[in-house]
Design a protein. Structure first.
Length: 486
């Protein structure tokens, strides 16, 4: 049955990759795959959970289940614990995604991004590629790479009108967002996990990973810029749909020219407030110790309140011209969110069955080399979500103290697993940057794929090897830093 689960996941993965020729939306495939995997897992749950400490603890906490057969106990455990925990973790990501997308769409609907794009005067493809890439790289170290990807795609649409030209830039946004998030403790979900768990510290992570992460971004840009010549096709001015009749004259509400529903000052205030709210999310998490989705929901509440108060003062403007949050929510890409839900549910089924944990143990037994293990984890993270992979690595390899290292059979190998040890640092790099090798290998890639309708095979053909070259180049820099330069 475990083999059947793996095969079903691979078939679902292949259907997602062949979405365009099959003409089947990837969200439908992901949801169907997730449901099928959980159905199979429910059948084999007794043999998967019987010997686990978590299952035994569940039975101790629920003595009324002691008289039931093992199968009934396992079903109760899956229903009350595993599915609930999986859905809770997934809901955090989805609510964060919905909140971030809504804030970005709100800024976009009011023309806030035009304030930035109007200041990017160059239309030369090579210069624009570097500007977009550098902004993405450094922004994703402050925001998370998911939010950064959403913001930068919104900006990109204001600059480049031709979608085929935009896809290359969007691919660099994925690579830059993942690379930029890898060297910051708040730049990626996996670095946040390692940071919160105490595997790494800010002072141990940032100095060691900045240069490898930067190289993993620079190398792909250097390759892609050789394919670009001339200037981009400019995007057409973005217009709102509503019109206003005043003195017998019809005036469109536009964000570029003519009469506008909001003033230039109000557009700027919405942009600044929106960016400030996004930047405050990691600060909110640090101060309150609440998960990031609570911060993004609070930020959305602030933006909602601000726009409601702003429009309350505009009684002369028809309601159809006002871009309130309920109107903006209709612009959210729901299929992308459902695709995300399906993929994460499918991966959580593999995690619950123990497949990912077994994979981590196999890597340790067969390779027994922290650099090869992490390179393999990075490669797997382009196929499987990096969150459960890192979670499996954290469960397989506990953080060691100095006394344990001294007493270990192989102290040199064990020393890599202390806080800020080479294993944890390199894991943060590989799990974050490795996801760029396939478009569905990272949260940023999945979102960009949905927003820009980029085909899996197009990315595989044009950018996977480019991302791989950057991944290996950055990895080589880290190994040189660690082994040769100490």
């Amino acid at each position: 049955m475990i083999t059947l689960m793996i095969l079903l996941f691979l078939v679902g993965y292949l259907c997602i990759a062949l979405e365009h020729p099959l003409k089947i939306n990837k969200a439908a495939t992901a949801l169907l795959t997730a449901a099928a995997l959980w159905v199979i897992y429910m059948v084999i749950a007794p043999e998967c959970v019987a010997d686990t400490a978590a299952f035994r603890f569940f039975l101790q906490e629920n003595p009324s289940l002691a008289s039931l057969p093992l199968r009934e106990q396992a079903i109760q455990y899956v229903q009350q614990v595993q599915i609930v925990e999986s859905l809770g973790d997934i809901a955090e990501i989805l609510f964060f995604l919905i909140g971030a997308m809504t804030i970005v769409e709100l800024i976009d609907a009011h023309g806030g991004f035009n304030i930035i794009t109007n200041r990017i005067t160059t239309r030369r493809k090579k210069q624009l590629l570097w500007i977009i890439g550098l902004i993405t790289f450094f922004m994703s170290s402050i925001l998370d790479n998911l939010t950064t990807a959403i913001v930068m795609i919104a900006l990109l649409r204001k600059i480049i009108g031709n979608y085929k030209e935009r896809w290359l830039f969007a691919g660099i946004i994925i690579i830059a967002a993942n690379s930029g998030g890898a060297w910051s403790p708040i730049g990626d979900v996996t670095t946040i996990m390692l940071w919160v768990n105490g595997n790494v510290t800010t002072s141990g992570l940032m100095p060691h990973l900045f240069l490898p992460s930067f190289i993993s971004f620079v190398v792909p840009v250097l390759i892609v810029q050789r394919w670009l010549h001339g200037e981009v096709t400019p995007a057409s001015p973005y217009k709102l749909a509503a019109v206003m009749v005043r003195d017998g004259e019809v005036s469109y509400y536009t964000n570029v020219e003519g009469k506008t529903a909001v003033s230039e000052r109000e557009r700027l205030s919405i942009l600044l407030l929106g960016v400030a709210c996004l930047l405050c999310v990691p600060i909110f998490k640090t101060i309150t110790h609440l998960p990031p989705f609570m911060g993004i929901l609070a930020a959305l509440g602030v933006m909602w309140l601000y726009t409601e108060v702003m429009y309350k003062r505009k009684s002369d403007i028809p309601e159809t011209a006002k871009r309130r949050i309920p109107d903006v929510l209709q612009r959210i890409d729901t299929p992308t969110i459902l695709f995300f839900l399906g993929i994460l549910l499918a991966v959580s089924a593999l995690q619950a069955s123990g497949v990912l944990h077994s994979l981590s143990i196999w890597l340790d037994e067969k390779l027994h080399n922290i650099y090869l293990i992490n390179l393999m984890i990075g490669a797997f993270s382009s196929v499987i979500d990096n969150v459960p992979l890192v979670a499996g690595a954290m469960a397989t390899y506990p953080t060691l103290d100095a006394a344990t290292v001294v007493a270990a059979a192989d102290p040199t190998y064990a020393a890599a697993f202390v806080q800020d040890g080479a294993f944890w640092q390199f894991l943060a790099y590989c799990a974050g940057v490795g996801g760029s090798m396939l478009i569905i290998g990272s949260a940023a890639g999945v979102v960009v794929m949905g927003l820009e309708r980029i085909r899996f095979m197009w990315y595989l053909k044009n950018l996977s090897l480019v991302a791989l070259s950057g991944y290996l180049a950055g990895a080589a820099v880290y190994v040189v830093q660690t082994l040769w330069l100490g």
